[in-house]
Design a protein. Structure first.
Length: 242
């Protein structure tokens, strides 16, 4: 079919020529998409605001030779304005869409799309601490991609835990026998927070101390970036929990 429709999250945009933009999107059914939105930088554009980062839209696309063409866009979730007015929300959302872009180079699933939409909605509404939403998103997105960290057993030998060693290259928590010299050691509270974040146990997450939150965030950032094989630049702009 020369045209198709899908629900998408706008990940990023780039200028093209005088009035057009290249839009990178994570779709519900077609994986990651890149398309040209013609004329959206003109003030008279009918749908330019619907194709900004963090927005969720129903788009109609026309199959092109190298890049598809965005023909129509109807808003499904206007999260960009509420996210952009708050620095913590904005930096967390930026890290989320950057990670989603990296995780879905080849293909995606509806679950990855829905996870990102849910995370952006939670940020826009201020339902939880912004960094906690990001941390939960990263853990769940990694799990959906087949890289779930081991948190209840040794990632190397399978010995039942919990253990206080954590080594990103080995896959998460490790027992004393498997932990390399100099491995990071985590407090029981940090391990509990990691388990709560991946399970979506928000009562536990929201009640945690700033120190525990920062320790968990550091481990999650290291784990995600190791498995993505490159850094998430937006993480460098995110402040510590207060």
């Amino acid at each position: 079919m020369p045209t198709y429709r899908d629900e998408v999250v706008i990940l990023r945009t780039h200028k093209l020529g005088e009035a057009d933009r290249i839009v990178t999107m994570l779709s519900r059914r077609h994986g990651k998409l890149r398309g040209v939105a013609k004329g959206v930088r003109r003030t008279s554009s009918r749908f330019g605001a619907r194709l900004e980062p963090f927005m969720v839209a129903d788009v109609q696309m026309y199959k092109g030779r190298s890049l598809d063409i965005v023909q129509q866009a109807e808003s499904l979730g206007s999260y960009g304005a509420d996210i952009a007015t708050d620095y913590d929300r904005y930096t967390s959302a930026s890290a989320m869409v950057e990670a989603a872009d990296r995780l879905n180079e080849a293909e995606t699933t509806p679950q990855q799309y829905l996870l990102l939409v849910g995370g952006l909605r939670a940020l826009a509404r201020g339902e939880h601490d912004s960094r906690a939403v990001l941390d939960s998103y990263l853990l769940r997105a990694m799990a959906l991609s087949g890289w779930a960290p081991s948190l209840d057993a040794c990632a190397r030998c399978g010995r039942t835990g919990p253990h206080d060693g954590f080594v990103a290259p080995l896959g998460g928590s490790v027992c004393d026998a498997c932990a390399p010299a100099g491995s990071a050691r985590i407090a029981p509270e940090t391990g509990a927070r990691l388990r709560a974040l991946i399970a979506g146990e928000w009562e536990t997450v929201d009640g945690g101390s700033p120190g525990t939150a920062n320790a968990a965030s550091g481990l999650i950032a290291a784990y995600a970036q190791w498995h993505l094989e490159r850094g998430i630049r937006s993480l460098g702009h995110i402040g510590a929990a207060r």
